[in-house]
Write a protein that binds this ligand. Structure first.
Ligand SMILES: Cc1cc2nc3c(=O)[nH]c(=O)nc-3n(C[C@H](O)[C@H](O)[C@H](O)COP(=O)(O)OP(=O)(O)OC[C@H]3O[C@@H](n4cnc5c(N)ncnc54)[C@H](O)[C@@H]3O)c2cc1C
Ligand code: FES
Length: 252
């Protein structure tokens, strides 16, 4: 982990309020595990605290982040342009463990695709991807991914299954034997809760990337804790012990 100077190569609006930021780093990040994140300085002087973003893609000294504009930080980021300077602290946290299983199921909702993009690239031959978004336009977020098996849901029914991604996932769950399956997920908390419910009787192992507001990103401030079922130390720091947790251990 290192704090690295970086310059913006491109900051492209993909669709609606989703952006893809490409950065040239002054030196490489080193080994990156899918699911790890960086604390990014927002270019300019208006936003003080850094913001956490999953490493969307990474090769040598070029790193990208896919983000959705939510509040002041991401709005300021969306206004940054080619050549602007920033700082990247990372890679941080614990990413996904990729086990040797016949079936790898990835469930993602909305901007959650950013957290599992590197993972899908790594396991793409075996990845069965369930992705849910609002409408067909948001499928542009999947353009970088060449996938064999993908199951799409849109809330408005403009593409694929009409409804949410967990309802779609339920329709296919019987095709997967729990022993041969590893599930990975990233998305809004409601989606993760729904996933836990859907898998309750199936009981496949499942790793989830959890988001929490962060101040330091380094395990120092305890501002990002989540409750788990660990009896000795129930509160875990998302930035240090996470952001990837065992679904069956975390309180959602
Ligand atoms: C490990 C990790 C990886 C992440 N990866 C990505 C990513 O790849 N792409 C992306 O777009 N976003 C990602 N996020 C979320 C991103 O950090 C927040 O959207 C961003 O910090 C919001 O900053 P802001 O100043 O725009 O919004 P703020 O003004 O700080 O907040 C706007 C709204 O968003 C809510 N919010 C802020 N941060 C979070 C959070 N971490 N979790 C849930 N709600 C939040 C606030 O409560 C508020 O309602 C990640 C978060 C974590 C912890
Ligand atoms: S953000 Fe400070 S401990 Fe996690």
């Amino acid at each position: 982990m290192d704090d690295i100077e970086a310059k913006i190569i491109t900051n492209r609006n993909i669709v609606k309020d989703y952006f893809l930021l490409r950065l040239r780093l002054a030196r490489p990040l080193g080994t990156v595990v899918p699911g790890q994140f960086v604390m990014l300085k927002i270019p300019g002087n208006t936003v003080f605290l850094r913001r956490p973003f999953s490493i969307y893609d990474y090769k040598r000294d070029v790193m990208s982040i896919m983000y959705k504009v939510k509040g002041s930080g991401t709005l300021a980021l969306s206004n940054a342009v080619k050549g602007d300077s920033t700082m990247v602290l990372g890679p941080l946290g614990r990413g996904f463990n990729i086990y040797n299983k016949p079936n790898h199921i990835v469930v993602a909702g909305g901007i959650g695709i950013a957290g599992v993009h590197l993972l899908i690239k790594k396991i793409k031959a075996n990845a069965h991807v369930f992705y849910g978004c609002t409408d067909e336009k948001e499928l542009l977020l999947l353009n970088d991914l060449k996938m064999q098996d993908k199951y799409i849901s849109t809330i408005d029914g403009s593409y694929g299954y009409k409804g949410n991604v967990i309802d779609l996932f339920r329709t296919r769950l019987k095709d997967y034997n729990a022993r041969d399956t590893q599930v990975y997920a990233c998305g809004p908390e409601g989606m993760l809760k729904g996933l836990k419910h859907a898998l309750e009787s199936h009981r496949a192992p499942c790793q989830v990337l959890v988001e929490e507001r962060m101040a330091c990103g380094l395990g120092l401030c305890f501002g990002c804790v989540k409750k788990t079922l660990d009896e000795k130390e129930p509160y875990k720091r998302v930035c240090k012990e996470g952001p990837v947790f065992n679904l069956w251990q975390i309180c959602l």
